[in-house]
Ligand binder design. Structure first.
Ligand SMILES: Cc1ncc(COP(=O)(O)O)c(C=O)c1O
Length: 471
């Protein structure tokens, strides 16, 4: 990546790169509200200001090139950056017909994309309700579920169960299905009818319990909560097949039992795959690893590889048969958007699904992911603070602990995970941490060489950060 924006800019104006950087940082602080990052930190880090990206590399305004093990930072850039094939499909769709309302016309790209999704989705998940992002997909999924129960004559089934440490977005529904104390404080009052369950956190299970016993106990806790609430009041459960933030791969029996419990009480399972769906875990959908079929799957990020925003709630035929049982005359309600089934976003989605199929990217993720996980596990055994290395495909978590034997965590105020991601950025390597779980989620196109470099990048960042600790 040569000849950056910055150098071109310098050639045409008197502004130096440093002046431009300073101006952009100050304008950003004043005009763009950045979520999750303080203005102080934007100033301290002088952005960083990304100017271009290609493959698994992101270049900043100073010409520094970062190795991107985060698919752009939040897992969306699943095809890597700068794909001409996607750009061409998007440009061509804009030229042909950029948008018409779904209320007025149906459009071909959305029909084709929904058919392609149905082909790769598990079981009888057939029908996509397209929205613009992950939060909207979750919101729409809860509306579909409520409509399903109302249509079946059970309007009292309105509550949703969700699990601690999960994340389902930032609309009122997403925030209400989150144990984040920030959401609870700042956005109060949240929506009623959201009931919190414990996470299924295998590494932190009670000592002496096998994984299978723990999976069973977690599932039993769900059933107990349903009975406490009254099954006639519970509409659904919002649960990612593999919660991505802490990479909580569940025991194999857990989701099977969850499925049985949902069926027993006529409760629908919304498998929120906004983060992990569309190839990330080495299967198209995370739930496939456990041989279970959800009632609704939500996707976003990977469905368009971050090229254009799109999200979808994908409902099973069984659910749809209820929702449109009357031929649509009193069609069950789900709120639509101006940009529902946006033709340009759907064209991007088709280009992405073509690339995933033609380049066998799901296989690539499975093979390279297995290699990376094995390497990290071998390295982790030699490091006194690597408590657990877990994951599937290109979703990998490394849990750092103070004491490996007792699994005692580091004091939260040491901010060990944060130190790792900072060390990574210093070394031009992008990794993330949630608490002290360091996570990697590269683009599905990452090659063996890329993955080797990611192994070097993350182990170096962890070792550097551990070297900075008070002990
Ligand atoms: C599992 C899950 N659900 C929902 C969302 C919200 O998606 P968005 O940020 O596109 O609104 C996210 C975002 O990271 C997510 O990981």
């Amino acid at each position: 990546m040569e000849g950056t924006e910055a150098t071109r800019h310098v050639a045409t104006t008197e502004e130096t790169t440093d002046e431009r950087k300073h101006r952009l940082v100050e304008d950003s602080v004043r005009y763009v509200w950045r979520h999750g990052v303080s203005t102080d930190s934007t100033r301290r880090a002088q952005g960083p200001i990304a100017v271009r990206a290609s493959g698994v590399q992101v270049e900043d305004i100073d010409g520094n090139v970062y190795l991107d093990a985060l698919a752009g930072g939040s897992a969306a850039a699943t095809l890597g950056h700068g794909r001409e094939d996607v750009a061409d499909r998007v440009a061509s769709q804009i030229r042909t017909m950029q948008w018409v309302s779904l209320r007025t016309f149906i459009n071909e790209p959305s029909i084709e994309l929904a058919k392609r999704i149905a082909e790769v989705a598990p079981g009888d998940l057939t029908t996509s309700f397209f929205v613009c992002d992950g939060s909207e997909a979750v919101e729409s999924a809860t509306q579909l579920v409520k409509s399903y129960h109302r249509q079946r004559g059970n309007p009292g089934k309105t509550k949703f169960l969700y699990r601690k440490t999960g994340y389902h977005g930032t609309t009122l529904v997403g925030a209400s299905a989150s144990s984040s104390s920030e959401f609870r404080t700042w956005f109060a009052p949240l929506a009623p009818g959201f009931v919190e369950l414990d996470a299924c956190y295998t590494y932190r299970r009670p000592s002496g319990m096998t994984e299978e016993e723990y999976g069973e106990a977690c599932a039993q806790a769900i059933e107990d909560e349903i009975l406490r609430q009254g099954p006639e009041t519970v509409a659904g459960i919002l649960a990612e097949a593999i919660p991505a933030a802490l990479v909580l791969t569940p025991p194999p029996n857990y989701l099977r039992r969850l499925r049985e419990i949902c069926d027993k009480y006529d409760i629908l399972w919304i498998d929120d795959e906004v983060f992990i769906g569309v190839g990330r875990t080495g299967t198209y959908f995370g739930s496939e690893h456990y041989g279970v079929v959800p009632d609704v799957i939500t996707v976003s990020k990977g469905i368009t590889g971050g090229y254009v925003p799109l999200g979808a709630a994908i409902a099973s035929q069984r659910v749809m048969d209820v929702l449109i049982a009357d031929g649509g005359t009193g069609q069950a309600k789900v709120s639509g958007h101006t940009y529902s089934a946006h033709p340009v976003a759907c064209a991007a989605g088709l280009a992405v699904l073509d690339a995933i199929r033609d380049e066998k990217l799901v296989d690539n993720v499975r093979d390279q992911g297995e290699w990376l996980l094995a390497q990290l596990r071998a390295w982790g055994r030699t490091n006194p603070h690597v408590g657990d290395v877990r994951g599937k495909g290109f979703l990998i978590g490394i849990e750092l602990v103070r004491d490996k034997e007792t699994r005692e965590p580091f004091p939260a105020e040491w901010g060990v995970g944060g130190k790792v991601s900072k060390a990574g950025m210093r070394n031009l390597f992008m990794c993330r941490a949630t608490g002290d779980v360091v996570t990697l989620f590269p683009a599905l196109v990452a090659t063996h060489d890329d993955v080797r470099a990611m192994f070097d990048g993350v182990t170096k960042a962890i070792e550097e950060a551990l070297g900075e600790l008070p002990e």
